[in-house]
Each structure stands twice: as structure tokens, then as C-alpha cells.
Design a binder for this molecule. Structure first.
Ligand code: AOS
Ligand code: ZN
Ligand code: ZN
Length: 388
């Protein structure tokens, strides 16, 4: 197996973008539990995200969701973020919370509603120009609930047309990433249900359009690492929304439900050249912390990604190829499993300390007093929720 010291330069390249909405209250359709200290403004969400980076040095950027994170002055918001040691990242559009979009947004039969959705994306691109963001991330709730409800082929054509108009405004240094999801909120058909649909749509747009893979957006049992390998082969894997799930789109802490799956995904990312600053593949989280504290929840998440990345980097690639080529089924499997079963936590703690960080970021945050401070300070106003 590769030794830990040799992988630290690669670990130092790791950057995992945090979603602003992870710091707001979220829940299910049954109940949203509020917590003391929950941010009330985009600035407070960014301040909380900066804490995650302060203790882990793993999360230098924060993704915004528009209009949830709407402000008057985005340049000032960026300055504020930078003053806390982070930067603004991906801009997420939102065409799923407006009555006009009941029957679709970019796919809607009514050209006026389609144009409204396109205009929202133009506004997002204007914001990206002020925040310096590279990626516009589009996830659509568009779909139908009953067979026959919509013309699924016509909707696909209208989607292509709408995306074309948005793409035409994407700047030279910017990208459009299209996220797929197999169901929810639509239950019969979704207009961008799978990587194949996202791929054909972005392929028709051009080089600055890529696929976003949310790990919670597949049918149970789907081999996600195969999709990763395929999209990397095709040069179209733009970004990840990392999370984990037991049943559907649960948005739980990444690596919580199935650490082995996360390891397998990260192994294929590294194997396919999708890891590191120059790879063009953005690592983001897309999670909601319904019952756990949000900042520790995000700290745990980025540490889980770091731990599984370290294990994946430890795989002895040469020995694995030799075993594969020799048809050594169990030998090859054993090489992969040796790396997966390696407990990298002590080595990572030591490495963090050598970089001036606390070896245990989770405990260091708990001891910092920040949680009590925000609980005391943030009284009055309305706590941000998923959607505000
Ligand atoms: C929705 O299921 C998607 O994962 C999107 O990425 C969405 O924009 C995000 O979850 C915030 O709601
Ligand atoms: Zn997502
Ligand atoms: Zn999702």
C-alpha cells in the first residue's frame, strides 16, 4: 500500500464547497425544528461556513442559492466572505418555489413562464459576474405526476431550447452545470432524471456545460462510481453534490450511510483525473441538518470526505493493475479493501497538527465557544430556513 507521507501533497489540494442552505433550518414535510443560533441572513450563513474552514482548512468556498441568499450588494458580500477567509462559489438557481412553476419552468408549455425561468438564470449569471463565481448550477423540479399529464418529448425539446438561451450568456470563464435527479418532487417522470439526459443536454450546449452528480439522486443499488468513471471518460463531470442517504434524497451527512460507497466513488474520481484544483471537478456538499447542529454537521462531512479521499489515495495502483491484468480476482479486491480498511484518522490528525490546525477539528470547534456565542447573539429576526 502507498504510504501516508507520500499522499499528503495531494490531500493538501482538497477543497470542498459548502452549501449556504446547510446552515439554515431544514426538516421534512412533518416538522422543521429550529435551533438557537441559526443564521438569519446570508452573512451569518457565510460566517458559520467560515468556521468550518477555520477548523479544517478544507472548505474555502460557499455556494449561494438565489433567491434564498439575495442581497443588494454582491461585491460587498464577497468582500465580507473574503474578510473571513472564504470566497463565494457556485450560484444555484431556484425555479421550484414559485406558483408559476407548478407545471414546469424551463420546460413549461407557456413561453411567458419559460422566459421568466430563463430570466431568473440571467439574474444568476449577473450575480456570478459580481461574486466572481465560476459555476451556475441548475437543478430543475420539472416533471409530471401522471402518465399522459405532459408531452415528455416536447418538454425535452423546450428544455434544450431554454438551456441554449441561458448558455449563450455564460461567460468565457464560467460554466453551466446541470444536475439530474430521478424523482421528487415529480413522481411519474422528471425532465432531467439521469446522467444520460443531463449528458445529452449539456453536450448539445458546448464545452462550458457539464453534468452535476448528486450522490443522493439515484435509484437504490445504482453503481454511482461507474457513472463517475463514465462521465470522467467523456470529459463531462463538472461537479458533485455530496451527501448520503438510506432511502431517497435524504441529504444526510456524506459518508454517514455508506462510507464504502464514498470510498469507491473517490477512488474512481482520483483514478479518472477528477481530483485536485486543476481537474475541473468541483466537490460540493448538498446536505440538510434536520436534527444535528449544523456547523459540527458540516465539519463531520468534510472530514468524512477527507478520510475517504486519504484511503482512496492509499490504493496501490500498480499492484492493483497487475492483479487485474493477471485475472487475480481476490488479489485485486484485496488490494482495494486493504486501503479501505486503513484507519487514517491518527495520521490525518498528526498531519493537521503539522499544518498548524487542531488534530481534532470537531472537538476544537466544540471547545471554541462559537456555538454558545451565536446562540446568545442571534436573537430576534427570522431564522433562515430551507427556502429563506
Ligand atoms: C435537489 O434535490 C437538489 O439536490 C438541488 O441541488 C437543490 O438545489 C438543493 O438540494 C437545495 O435545495
Ligand atoms: Zn443537489
Ligand atoms: Zn437533492
Amino acid at each position: 500500500m502507498t504510504d501516508f507521507a507520500s499522499i499528503t501533497p495531494r490531500l493538501a489540494e482538497q477543497a470542498i464547497e459548502l452549501p449556504s442552505w446547510a446552515f439554515g433550518n431544514s426538516g421534512t414535510r412533518f416538522k422543521v425544528f429550529g435551533t438557537p443560533g441559526t443564521p438569519r441572513t446570508p452573512q451569518e450563513k457565510i460566517a458559520d461556513a467560515a468556521q468550518v474552514n477555520k477548523f479544517t482548512a478544507l472548505s474555502p468556498t460557499v455556494a449561494l442559492h438565489i433567491p434564498w441568499d439575495k442581497v443588494d450588494d454582491y461585491a460587498a458580500l464577497r468582500d465580507y466572505a473574503q474578510s473571513l477567509g472564504v470566497d463565494l462559489g457556485t450560484i444555484n438557481s431556484n425555479t421550484f418555489q414559485d406558483d408559476d412553476y407548478k407545471f414546469g419552468s424551463l420546460t413549461h408549455v407557456d413561453p411567458k413562464i419559460r422566459q421568466k425561468a430563463i430570466d431568473h438564470h440571467f439574474e444568476c449569471i449577473d450575480i456570478m459576474n459580481q461574486t466572481g463565481s465560476r459555476d451556475l448550477k441548475i437543478w430543475l423540479a420539472d416533471g409530471t405526476n401522471y402518465p399522459g399529464q405532459g408531452d415528455i418529448r416536447g418538454r425535452q425539446d423546450r428544455l434544450a431550447d431554454s438551456l441554449q438561451k441561458i448558455y449563450a450568456r455564460i461567460g468565457d470563464e464560467q460554466r453551466l452545470v446541470l444536475e439530474y435527479k430521478f424523482f421528487e418532487p415529480a413522481f411519474y417522470h422528471t425532465d432531467v432524471p439521469d446522467w444520460g439526459t443531463s449528458y445529452v443536454q449539456v453536450l448539445a450546449l458546448g464545452d462550458k456545460a457539464m453534468v452535476c452528480l448528486d450522490t443522493g439522486h439515484h435509484a437504490p443499488g445504482t453503481n454511482i462510481e461507474f457513472i463517475v468513471a463514465q462521465l470522467l471518460r467523456l470529459g463531462k463531470l463538472g461537479s458533485f453534490d455530496f451527501n448520503s442517504r438510506f432511502y431517497a434524497d435524504d441529504d444526510l451527512i456524506v459518508g454517514a450511510a455508506d462510507p464504502f460507497q464514498l470510498f469507491r466513488i473517490l477512488y474512481e474520481v482520483i483514478r479518472g483525473g477528477g481530483y485536485g484544483a486543476d481537474s475541473g471537478v468541483a466537490f460540493m456538499l448538498d446536505q440538510c441538518h434536520n436534527v444535528e447542529d449544523k456547523i459540527p454537521g458540516q465539519i463531520r462531512s468534510v472530514l468524512n470526505v477527507q478520510e475517504m479521499t486519504a484511503r482512496a489515495l492509499l490504493v496501490d495502483g500498480e499492484a492493483l493493475t497487475a492483479a487485474q491484468d493477471a485475472g487475480d480476482v481476490l488479489g485485486a479486491n484485496g488490494i482495494l479493501m486493504d486501503a479501505f480498511y486503513t484507519d487514517v484518522r491518527p495520521a490525518l490528525a498528526e498531519w493537521r497538527e503539522s499544518r498548524g490546525l487542531d488534530g481534532d477539528p470537531f472537538a476544537a470547534y466544540a471547545a471554541s465557544g462559537y456555538q454558545a456565542k451565536i446562540a446568545a447573539d442571534r436573537v430576534g429576526g427570522t431564522q433562515a430556513g430551507w427556502g429563506a
